[in-house]
Write a protein that binds this ligand. Structure first.
Ligand SMILES: [Zn+2]
Length: 569
């Protein structure tokens, strides 16, 4: 089967895709859909052979996800190889304990070369093998990669791609159930340094096996694409899959990340293991988390202080967190910690801002989403490689490095204004008002209108009240929640003078910070994309045909002219 790629007459392939633009690549897939000849898709340093256009295991929109994974694994590999080197040198040279940080052995490692003490990676749901091949060709310091898939067609594709990319020495194809492969590697000496889970939908049924087959200090990379479930459309399904109730609100994408982290932590805790998130990203139609896994029964006890329930007012959507537990450190050792159960609930029966009741969601992960030092290193590292989505990586990582890592969740200014039915204010004015009141503020990478702040909610409502007093709404619009909030007295003196530090560096530099308009093929899975594309073509111009002309006096003239144009044509 390894010779499969050689059997394909690649000279006759209809196209060889240049990795310049995602749009271009999508168009190329379109063209080949008419013929059924094999063709090649190029991404990063890898090329994948697509045997039939009807069976494409390739999603171009996830290139950002793969680029990010390559970058994260490269840094992880550097750390891993440096630690091995330091360990060895410590054995021979005791003085090295004084200056172990500046070991740069990892910088000399070469991608594509096998290292006996390098990383062992498992890609549990490999599909085309593209991700594994990119790791093999772009991440230095690897020992082995297992590219596994349960589908026979996918494994055929993986084998063809391994041979085509000449990475037989690093990548092995595996045709098995992902869960089975992971359970077979639970023993200490068989564990992987990195396990990548990129399922179609929910990863929860892989997590029990995944948290057991990662080595101590190893990394788990997990994608979720079932955003409707995680974002509060079906909280009952979210509970059955992730053990947490999702809520509908503007911070739902960050909440999705926190529900997933909570789920991984809960699986890890069963085996006296715990997670440390390195990077958690919400992008396009999916979320992706990179977490390290360690073993310590004592630190597992601290998990209750990293998880919280969320009380959300049904009227004004104010969110209040209730931690599951509190831990007080009485000494430097993990065992010197005292655990206390907190008093609750953290809110009154009725919301203090609008008088409505609350819904309870969670538990969610309320600890840090990222390791800020790691994110800063990553931001520097990405410029040493040529990633297809470099501009977006640069922008997203810049926003993440500016995020308030100790403040869970966020509000959006447009939503707060729409709750009281007033005009939306500018994001810089709001950020300045929060800073002028003496609190911190940042964006969240998950929403371009986000206000992530440690200011109490009454401060945000005071800012909204002050804004409304300057731009009053009609009295008849002041009803229910709007009236309850606007009729309250100001508690702080609001100063909306715009400050320079309210405009973060990532915004000043005009980086690509948030998702741009979705490209074609946007969404998980290729089979779905094909249907979407056919539907898109069939629906072209449909709305235009249905739309009735606007016959208001100022528009009638325009309409007449366009009718005339039609006749002329
Ligand atoms: Zn309320």
């Amino acid at each position: 089967m390894d010779n499969l790629a050689k059997d394909i007459n690649l000279a006759n392939t209809p196209l060889k895709i240049n990795a310049e633009s995602q749009e271009k690549r999508v168009l190329c897939v379109d063209k080949t859909a008419e013929s059924d000849a094999p063709f090649i898709i190029k991404e990063g340093a890898a090329e994948i052979v697509v045997l039939s256009s009807k069976n494409v295991f390739y999603n171009p929109v996830q290139e950002f996800n793969r680029d990010l994974s390559v970058a994260v694994l490269t840094l992880f590999s550097e750390d891993h190889n440096n630690n091995i080197s330091i360990g060895r040198r410590k054995q021979t040279d005791k003085t090295l304990e004084e200056q172990p940080k500046n070991c740069d052995l990892a910088k000399t490692l070469i991608a594509g070369v096998k290292y006996e003490n390098g990383l062992n990676i498992l890609e549990a749901l490999s599909a085309s093998g593209l991700r594994s091949i990119r790791y093999a060709k772009e991440v230095p310091g690897l020992n082995s990669i297992v590219a596994n898939d349960i589908s026979e067609a996918a494994v055929t594709s993986i084998r063809a791609n391994i041979a085509h990319n000449d990475v037989n020495h690093l990548v092995t194809a595996s045709h098995s159930d992902a869960v089975l492969v992971m359970y077979q590697h639970r023993r200490y000496q068989d564990r992987f340094h990195a396990v990548d889970l990129d399922p179609y939908g929910c990863p929860s049924h892989f997590l029990d096996a995944a948290v057991q087959c990662v080595s101590d200090g190893g990394i788990l990379l997990v994608t979720c694409t079932d955003m409707a479930v995680l974002c509060g459309n079906t909280p009952e399904t979210c509970y059955s899959k992730y053990g947490s109730i999702s809520l509908k609100n503007k911070a739902c994408h960050e909440m999705a990340l926190r529900i997933l982290l909570q789920c991984i932590e809960s699986h890890a805790n069963r085996y006296s293991r715990y997670i440390v998130p390195l990077l958690s990203v919400s992008a396009d139609f999916y979320i992706r988390v990179f977490v390290k896994i360690y073993t310590s029964a004592a630190i597992c006890k601290e998990s209750i202080s990293k998880l919280s329930y969320v009380y959300q007012c049904v009227g004004c959507e104010t969110m209040t967190l209730q931690p599951l537990g509190l831990c007080n450190k009485i000494g430097p050792k993990p065992s010197q910690t005292k655990f206390v159960l907190p008093h609750g609930p953290p809110v009154d029966v009725l919301c203090q801002h609008c008088g409505h009741k609350h819904r309870i969601g969670g538990p969610i992960w309320s600890g840090p989403l990222h390791d800020t030092d790691f994110v800063v290193r990553l931001s520097t590292h990405i410029h040493t490689s040529t990633f297809g989505t470099l501009r977006r990586m640069e922008g997203v990582l810049a926003v993440i490095s500016e995020e308030l890592n100790d403040v869970p969740l966020y509000y959006t200014m447009d939503r707060l204004c729409s709750i009281v039915r007033c005009q939306t204010m500018s994001i810089l004015s709001v950020r300045s008002a929060v800073l002028n009141a003496g609190y911190r503020v940042s964006y969240s990478h998950a929403n371009r209108m986000s206000i992530k702040t440690d200011a109490p909610m009454y401060v945000l409502w005071d800012i909204v009240r002050y804004w409304e007093s300057q731009n009053p709404i009609k009295m008849e619009r002041r009803q229910n929640v709007s009236e309850a909030i606007l009729s309250k007295k100001q508690t702080i003196k609001v100063d909306m003078t715009v400050r320079e530090d309210a405009n973060p560096e990532s915004r000043q530099l005009k980086l690509v910070r948030f998702q741009e308009n979705p490209l074609r093929y946007w969404g998980p899975g290729t089979s779905v994309q094909e249907n979407k594309e056919e539907k898109r073509i069939a629906n072209q111009g449909k709305k235009k045909k249905k739309r009735k002309p606007d016959l208001s006096p100022d528009k009638q003239e325009t309409f007449k002219i366009s009718k005339q144009d039609d006749k002329d044509m």
